[in-house]
Design a binder for this molecule. Sequence first.
Ligand SMILES: Cc1ncc(COP(=O)(O)O)c(C=O)c1O
Length: 450
Amino acid sequence: MATILSDSPVKTAHKKNRGKTSVHSDQLAILGGPKAVPDGLVKKWPPIDDIDREMVMASLNGANHAFGPNCQAFEKEFASWNGNRFAITTNSGTAALHMGLAACGLSAGDQVIVTSYSWSSSATCILHHNCIPVFVDIDFDTINIDVDKIEAAITPATKAIVVVHLHGLAVNMEKVMAIARKHNLKVIEDACQSHGAEFKGKKVGTWGDCGAFSFNQNKCLCSGEGGMFVTDNEDILQKARQIWSFGETRTPSESRDYHAYALGWMYRNNDLTAAFGRAQLGKLTRYLEIERANAQVLLRRIRGLKGLIPPTEPPNHLHTYYNFTCRIDMKEAGWTGDPSRFRHAVMKALQSEGAQTGIWQSFMLPHMTVFQAKNAYGRGCPWSCPNAAKVDYNPLQFPAAQRHVDTHFGMTMPLRAPNGPDVAEKVGDAFQKVFGNIRQLDPNLILGKE
Ligand SMILES: Cc1ncc(COP(=O)(O)O)c(C=O)c1O
């Protein structure tokens, strides 16, 4: 049974407040108190200025709206910003991931290791190439793949690892690369959420054989939709280019013979999106500095709050705080019932305070139907490929991912530019109010009776 303190100060305040107009500033907004973060304070992402307008309009007024000059310039500029030799601009991060799988020479039925908690396409990109995902539990502290559990998941069928740098925090790539070298595995970095994140002073996307970035609406580099494939390897570059554009061997900027030499897709980007991406790339370093500074303010304000587990930044890592993800320590919060229900109540209380929190993924990857059903391409493919070895997707194998799924909530917008430390302070007030009353929060009062 859940612990519900019936005559808690919060509930008493709620009762007292019924029928009255006066409110106390420390009273929770969900119970009628004033919001900690006033309406209209948080500005939207991404900030758009004259540079964005001029560059997009110049592309619109130009002669090539498909794979045009902005696409080529964006590739060069992004490669240079990130420290890669080559980059290919794509129409999504998922496209760039799939290109990575194909360019690394994987075949149907090969096993690919991936974290058990991420965006769906960190793992469905493996299915796109008719390969079989093998999930590894997360390290609860970092929310990333538990690198110490990777080796136990390797079988003779394992050919690659998709390493996801989640929420702005890099994986320990020294350990991953040592395992990959030992077992002759390719490494594809899913850096879709982690532009600018570093491990040992080296950016994500520069460690593995290749990497993928996303530029969708919510990302630290937003071009509406879009992505970037990066590599330092010329052979992988050529293979990725072929997949990217109809299986052709020449790019749209070269003279083409329109011949499909291999299986290809249409993953190219367009000039207007690339123009927007270039404009935002010019401001990315500054935006990341602002986000980090805002996160430091919030971290200072919430340090030591009972029941709250803030994001961690281990030594040797540079966190971008793309998604400022916290977890609730249910024991400290005094809650013994369903953790996700309590988390939901806490999140509602924070949202009522004006802190824009949300649940990012309420399912771990192996729990998702696409994997449980084992039928991506019909007739059981890729799991029924003649050479395929058996894999087990029982969610009970991933206790750290399950704990995370049940207890987390995250936040992006309030810490992003153009918002400054004043907004982070207000969000800190919201956390102080809610977690200051954590032991008295009553999910039945907030969410209604179960
Ligand atoms: C970790 C991760 N991988 C892959 C993707 C896919 O990126 P896109 O939406 O650009 O295809 C996303 C973003 O949505 C993501 O967060």
